[in-house]
Every structure is written in structure tokens, then in C-alpha cells.
Design a protein around this ligand. Structure first.
Ligand SMILES: *[C@@H]1O[C@H](CO)[C@@H](O)[C@H](O)[C@H]1NC(C)=O
Ligand SMILES: *[C@@H]1O[C@H](CO)[C@@H](O)[C@H](O)[C@H]1NC(C)=O
Ligand SMILES: *[C@@H]1O[C@H](CO)[C@@H](O)[C@H](O)[C@H]1NC(C)=O
Ligand SMILES: *[C@@H]1O[C@H](CO)[C@@H](O)[C@H](O)[C@H]1NC(C)=O
Ligand SMILES: *[C@@H]1O[C@H](CO)[C@@H](O)[C@H](O)[C@H]1NC(C)=O
Ligand SMILES: *[C@@H]1O[C@H](CO)[C@@H](O)[C@H](O)[C@H]1NC(C)=O
Ligand SMILES: *[C@@H]1O[C@H](CO)[C@@H](O)[C@H](O)[C@H]1NC(C)=O
Ligand SMILES: *[C@@H]1O[C@H](CO)[C@@H](O)[C@H](O)[C@H]1NC(C)=O
Ligand SMILES: CC(=O)N[C@H]1CO[C@H](CO)[C@@H](O)[C@@H]1O
Length: 534
């Protein structure tokens, strides 16, 4: 397959890939290898092959995690070309040659060989004319697109369905306990990063779809401020809430990825309002970041188990985190309640906005396709498609599409819509996070990730072995022994730089991630040593 490198035209280069491997240091364990470690002396060809082998071991075989929908048939060729380019001209960026897995709602050019379907058979073989804005940035930085991750179909906007299920990908499950809930909707992105099926991954979030899988899968997730990362070429839910962000094993890797995918994009005009230039978020990685900072705990509602439905253990482990944050030099202001706390939980306005936006925007998506083999050209067609192909789209336990039907019943952005949108902004920002930050003179808020939060999440701990197992769907359970729990830092718009610093200080002090590993069968065995010299 032909491949054109951005800014350089090398087609097929017969390059033996072992040349970069230095024998002085042993290659890192791919379960945990960070982007800087991968950069330190190996070739892209080597770790791309190794990640493919690891996917093969656990995706449809063994524990059948179903985290990946497709792998990129052009990846190895791209890796060779990027290795060659690095040798001659040096590195384009810290992501040069690094494999990145994309959630299946993030478009890639079809000639490369992959579909973009949001997990739905209705879009199989469809062609969106371009790479997504974030993918253009990744490619310009020299990253390799490793494949597409499974997700909750339509980013969980189809109906009342278990997280991590899609028609095309089946049920994604968590690597920390058999059949545990991976959360969603960026389920495959979270699972794949958690056990080293990729170097890093991207997910998308409309409401907790990055932070929740980050939490359940023991990885770092950043839900950026709306408008920091482009949504152009991302199968939409709502332009008023959708964002794209990284899911990685460390805060360092998350900062590297965010620094590259953030930035203005003429194809998503919300990104034109962001502060310029994009910060180098890796400069925020300072273990002293919490010294003298004030962190607030919005206890009312958000730490009330009756309302959040959280297992009591979440509060226990969160209390320990507050002590750690104090040891790191932060002042904890507790409680620091959101004036709008009860309104946020009671409000249905988010649903009003999303239902109306989705219909408008998904119809635009269908219209933008240059190939559309199933002729699904509207939301109404999509609903009919699911009914027509129940074996593909309505298997036992996964039949609901009530959200699509609810959205189809709407008739466009009317007065109710704009009132609801204004109400959301008021309650979430002005009378919500921003009010609490101002009233208590805070640098950020801190909460356990399970519940209602969105923004950077870092590993906090794991459910104990005696936790009461609950149901999360026809084939998934939650909580479950050893399933991870994350800690979230929340801030005002454009405060990613500070939040990354806080998350880094906490991560480096606690190093929670490796305190418990995935269950044995879910840990792939292939290592770099197995592919070197092949
Ligand atoms: C999409 O998936 C189908 C079936 O797996 C495959 O034949 C095709 O090459 C893929 N890519 C595109 C762009 O259709
Ligand atoms: C973005 O562009 C659309 C038209 O393409 C326009 O309706 C909308 O108001 C613009 N939004 C912003 C934030 O500039
Ligand atoms: C880290 O932060 C501390 C406290 O703000 C500061 O004194 C120090 O210079 C910073 N270190 C680096 C490497 O930026
Ligand atoms: C938690 O929420 C429940 C239900 O709304 C309420 O009855 C209870 O008083 C709340 N608890 C606290 C400590 O606020
Ligand atoms: C939606 O927002 C309006 C304000 O525009 C508010 O009065 C109303 O209670 C909200 N509706 C729901 C269902 O929460
Ligand atoms: C889609 O429409 C084309 C052109 O009308 C037709 O040839 C094709 O059979 C249709 N595909 C399906 C799956 O109905
Ligand atoms: C706007 O659309 C929504 C969803 O269809 C509907 O519930 C609401 O009544 C409409 N509002 C007005 C003012 O027509
Ligand atoms: C689980 O075990 C811990 C000790 O490891 C104990 O403190 C806790 O009460 C137990 N919880 C349940 C639900 O049995
Ligand atoms: C890469 C990979 O394993 N993809 C699989 C995802 O799941 C579907 C459905 O089982 C398979 O057809 C793909 O091969």
C-alpha cells in the first residue's frame, strides 16, 4: 500500500529495523513502557510488530478482551519509513514512530485500510474524506496509527446498553478481573493502554467517556476543555460537549500526547478561541506542583454514595488520597461545595441538548461521506438498519436503541434547546466549578473518578478482594476485586497545565498503577526481545 509521509516523500524503503536497538539497556516491559522509554533506542518497526502480537494474544483469544476493532494494515510500512526518516533527519517530535490507537469514532483516511464506524455495522465500508484534525496533528508529529479501539457503540448514544459493547467489536472487558466493566465509551482505548496493547491511545468524551474508562482501567485520562482539541472528523454526539483526549499509562505520556493533539483547527471553529500558543504540557511535570496549592472537595452530592451509587470503599480510599495530597503540600478545603450541586444532578437539560444536537450532527456526518455502502443517510435510516439486521446490531442483551429514537423525535435547535444550553453553562460553570473555585479561592477541585466527574484522572487504587460484586450488563460486572479506581482533578477552562502538574505530583508520590496488575491471562506475553531480529 502506498504511503505518503507528511513533509517528505519516501515510499518503500528496505530498512532493517534492528539498527536502532542498543544492547546497553534491556528493552522496557511493554506492559508499562512509556513514550520516552520507547523513544530511547528502539525502532518503530519493532514495537509496532510487538504490539500487534500482543493484541493477537488477548483480543479474540485467551481472555477475549475485545479492546480493538481493527489494526492498521499500513502501520509496519509507515514504521519503516519513519525509522528511516529519523535516522537521516532526526525526530519530528516526542511521538515520532510511536504507535497510537484511536477510538473507532475518530476518522482516518480510507486508503490506509481502516474503517471509521463508531462500532456500528451501518458505517462499515463508508468513507469519510479526510483524517480527523487530531490525526493530522499526530501524523505531522510522526506518530503511527496502530488501529481502532472498540467503544460503546455511537459513543454510548444508542440506548441503555452495557458500556464497551458495539455491534462490530462485541463486548470489551476489563483486564483487571474477568468480565469486569471497562466503563465507556472509550472502553477499548482504556483497556488497550492498561496492559500495553499500544503505546498510547485517544478517546473521546461527551460526558465521562474518557475519565470513567481511565478510572476503571488504571490509566491516566485527560478530558480537555472543549475547544482545546479539534473534533473535526470525529463522529459526533454534540458539538457543545464532545472532546478528544489521551488515555495513557502515565501522566508524562498524557502530557506528551495532549501537547501534540491540542491546537486550533479551521475545521472546528470552537478551537479558534483557545489561548495561544498551546503550552508544552510536559513543562508542567514537576513533583513540587502541589506545594501551596488549595484543593477543594465538593462533598455535597458528589461524595454522597446514595446519590453517586458508589461502593463505600471509594470514599475510604479517597480519604487516604486527601492525606497524601496534604503531605505533598496542598491545603485541602473540605467541604467546598458547588452552589449548583443538586441542580446538576437533577437536570435533564444535558439530555435535551444532546438529543437535538445528535440528530443534526449525525445527519451532517452521513452527508459528508463520500462512500456509504449501506445507504444509511439519516438517523431514521440508522434506526431502521438496526431493526433490519438484528443478528449484527441487536444480539441478545444488546437490543436497546431508545436514545436514537428519542433523538430522532426532535425537530432541531429551538428555544428550549438554547435555554437548556444556557442552563447547562450556568450550572456547570458559573454557578458550578467556577463558583466553588472563586468562593474558596481554590486552584482545583478533587474527587474520586467514579461518580460524576470529568477531567484528568490518575490511578487511585483498586477494589479489595472482598468487594461486593455487582452487575454492569448482561455479560459484565462492577465493582469487582482488583478493579481500579481513579482520582480526578477538576479545574476551570484552560487549566490543563496546572491539573497535569497536580496529577503528576500525586502519581509520582503514590505510584499506584503497578501496585496491582491485570489478571494473569489478560497480560500479553510478547516482549520486544521476541520481535528483535525477526
Ligand atoms: C473496512 O472493513 C472491511 C471489512 O473488514 C474491509 O474489507 C475494508 O477494507 C475496511 N476498510 C475500508 C476503508 O472499508
Ligand atoms: C462555527 O461555524 C458555524 C458555521 O460553520 C457557525 O454557525 C458557528 O456559530 C461558529 N461557531 C463559533 C464558535 O464560531
Ligand atoms: C518545580 O516547582 C518548584 C516549586 O514551584 C520550583 O521551585 C522548581 O523550580 C520547579 N522545578 C522545575 C524543574 O521547574
Ligand atoms: C445523601 O443523599 C441523600 C439522598 O438525597 C440524602 O437523603 C442524604 O441526606 C445525603 N447525605 C448527606 C450526608 O448529605
Ligand atoms: C432546564 O433549564 C431550565 C432553565 O432554562 C430550568 O428551568 C429547568 O428546570 C431545566 N430543566 C430540567 C428538566 O432540568
Ligand atoms: C445502496 O444504493 C445503491 C445505489 O442505489 C445500490 O446499488 C445498493 O445495492 C444499495 N445498498 C444496499 C446495502 O442496500
Ligand atoms: C424543542 O424541541 C424539543 C425536543 O423535540 C421539545 O421537547 C420542545 O418542546 C421544543 N420546544 C419548543 C419551544 O418548541
Ligand atoms: C473487606 O476486608 C477488609 C480487610 O481487608 C475489611 O476491613 C472490610 O470490612 C471487608 N469488607 C467487607 C465488605 O467484608
Ligand atoms: C483486531 C481484531 O481482533 N478485530 C476483531 C474485532 O472483533 C470483530 C468481531 O469479533 C472481529 O471480526 C475482528 O477481527
Amino acid at each position: 500500500m502506498a504511503w505518503i509521509l507528511v513533509g517528505l516523500s519516501l515510499s518503500s524503503v528496505g530498512w532493517t529495523s534492528s539498527v536502532f536497538f542498543t544492547t546497553s539497556a534491556p528493552p522496557p516491559d511493554l506492559y508499562e513502557a512509556s513514550v520516552p522509554e520507547l523513544q530511547a533506542g528502539l525502532t518503530s518497526g519493532q514495537f509496532t510488530s510487538a504490539y500487534f502480537a500482543r493484541i493477537e494474544e488477548v483480543n479474540l483469544q485467551g481472555p477475549k478482551l475485545r479492546a480493538i476493532i481493527e489494526t492498521n494494515p499500513s502501520a509496519l510500512e509507515q514504521a519503516q519509513a519513519l525509522d528511516f526518516e529519523r535516522l537521516i533527519y532526526g525526530r519530528r517530535s516526542p511521538l515520532h514512530g510511536i504507535p497510537v490507537l484511536l477510538k473507532d469514532n475518530i476518522a482516518t483516511v480510507a486508503f490506509e485500510g481502516m474503517n471509521t464506524t463508531a462500532g456500528s455495522y451501518s458505517l462499515l465500508g463508508s468513507i469519510f474524506p479526510d483524517d480527523a484534525g487530531v490525526v493530522k496533528r499526530l501524523r505531522a508529529a510522526g506518530a503511527i496509527i496502530l488501529g481502532k479501539a472498540n467503544l460503546s457503540e455511537w459513543a454510548h448514544f444508542r440506548g441503555i446498553l452495557a458500556a464497551g459493547w458495539s455491534g462490530r467489536g462485541g463486548q470489551t472487558t476489563n483486564a483487571y478481573y474477568p468480565n469486569a466493566d471497562p466503563c465507556g465509551s472509550s472502553s477499548g482505548s482504556g483497556v488497550a493502554s492498561s496492559i500495553g496493547l499500544t503505546a498510547v491511545s485517544l478517546g473521546t468524551e461527551t460526558d465521562s467517556s474518557i475519565t470513567c474508562p481511565a478510572s476503571n482501567n488504571n490509566v491516566v485520562g485527560i478530558k480537555p476543555t472543549l475547544g482545546l482539541t479539534s473534533r473535526a472528523g470525529v463522529i459526533p454526539i454534540s458539538e457543545h460537549q464532545d472532546t478528544v483526549g489521551p488515555l495513557t499509562r502515565s501522566v508524562v505520556d498524557a502530557a506528551i500526547v495532549l501537547s501534540i493533539i491540542a491546537g486550533p483547527d479551521p475545521n472546528d471553529n470552537y478551537t479558534l478561541a483557545q489561548p495561544s500558543p498551546v503550552p508544552d504540557y510536559t513543562l508542567a511535570l514537576n513533583t513540587s506542583s502541589l506545594i501551596g496549592k488549595r484543593l477543594g472537595v465538593p462533598r455535597t452530592v458528589f461524595l454522597n454514595d446514595t446519590i453517586t451509587g458508589n461502593d463505600p470503599y471509594v470514599n475510604v480510599i479517597f480519604s487516604q488520597a486527601l492525606l497524601t495530597l496534604q503531605q505533598l503540600g496542598a491545603t485541602i478545603v473540605d467541604p467546598a461545595d458547588l452552589p449548583s450541586a443538586y441542580e446538576i444532578v437533577a437536570s435533564k437539560n444535558e439530555t435535551i441538548v444532546a438529543d437535538i444536537d445528535f440528530k443534526v450532527q449525525i445527519n451532517d456526518w452521513f452527508e459528508s461521506l463520500v462512500e456509504n455502502p449501506f445507504n444509511v443517510t439519516s438517523l431514521a435510516d440508522l434506526i431502521a438498519f438496526n431493526d433490519k439486521y438484528p443478528a449484527l446490531e441487536k444480539p441478545t442483551g444488546y437490543i436497546d436503541q431508545s436514545v436514537l429514537i428519542e433523538s430522532e423525535a426532535t425537530t432541531g435547535r429551538n428555544a428550549t434547546f438554547f435555554e437548556a444550553l444556557a442552563f447547562d453553562r450556568e450550572m456547570g460553570g458559573i454557578q458550578g466549578i467556577d463558583a466553588a473555585l472563586k468562593q474558596y479561592n481554590l486552584d482545583a477541585l478533587v474527587l474520586p473518578a467514579p461518580g460524576y466527574t470529568s477531567t484528568p484522572a490518575v490511578p487511585l487504587g483498586f477494589y479489595p478482594d472482598n468487594v461486593t460484586i455487582g452487575s454492569a450488563g448482561p455479560n459484565t460486572i462492577y465493582p469487582a476485586p482488583g478493579v481500579p479506581i481513579g482520582l480526578s482533578f477538576l479545574g476551570t477552562a484552560w487549566s490543563e497545565y496546572s491539573l497535569i502538574g497536580f496529577a503528576y505530583a500525586y502519581e509520582q508520590k503514590t505510584m499506584t498503577r503497578l501496585q496491582r496488575k491485570a489478571y494473569a491471562a489478560a497480560i500479553p506475553q510478547t516482549q520486544l526481545a521476541d520481535v528483535i531480529g525477526q
